[in-house]
Design a protein around this ligand. Sequence first.
Ligand code: AP5
Ligand code: MG
Length: 222
Amino acid sequence: MNPLRILLLGAPGSGKGTQTSKLLKKFHQLKSLSSGDILRSQIKQESPIGIEAEKYIKNGSLVPDSIMVGIITHQLEQSKWLNKQSSWLLDGFPRTIHQATALHQVIKEKANFNLVVELDVDQNVILDRIEARWVHVPSGRVYSLDYNPPKVPFKDDITGEPLTKREDDTAEVFQKRLTKYNEEIGPLKDFYSKQGILQTVSGNTSDVIYPKLENLIVNRFS
Ligand code: AP5
Ligand code: MG
């Protein structure tokens, strides 16, 4: 299999985290980075970045580009992922055109994306899901009381630790996140479309989307 460097785009609640977990089980060479998971773990640790980021996250705004570009490029460099042999997936970054162009400067020569996939899910379906979402912050594992419930109610399957609700999953804040996504996504899609690497997979459940996503990867990279 050729190296995969994937970006997952999609509205809040479209299933980026859920699809990432499935892909990691199937493609063992793949590693992933979720900007939201990094920020939530910084908030939990009450680090300076976490304290700053929480102000934005809890009201559904985006964390400023300068902070995000710094965090993610530092992580990519530290993890030694910036070479043509590594396979990795980013979930949640870049999500503004400014972030995309800044990241492009860092990765374009060493390890540019070779596939950007937009998860296209009806936004009315998404709103219904969010009430049922519970998360395990230390690992980023995501559950749904309806769709993929934990084996023991409200406990993480692997560690047994308690699950929590995200503070940005209230109906009001979630609606703001969706609106923000709709404002930012156009230029981002244009940017990757011009590079010839953008694909869209549509469907209202992860069970419909996942096989399409897996096929896309297998067809292009094996
Ligand atoms: P982030 O954590 O990235 O949140 P998001 O993009 O809003 O996306 P979500 O994590 O809410 O959804 P998801 O697509 O991962 O869906 P999931 O798999 O959980 O960002 C949070 C905040 O951090 C941002 O608002 C911003 O403030 C800040 N931030 C992060 N990155 C940033 C950046 N680059 N720049 C600036 N600020 C940034 O699925 C959703 C639910 O649906 C789950 O419960 C799941 O179990 C369930 N589900 C999945 N599939 C199905 C199905 N088929 N049927 C029923 N339920 C399903
Ligand atoms: Mg997520």
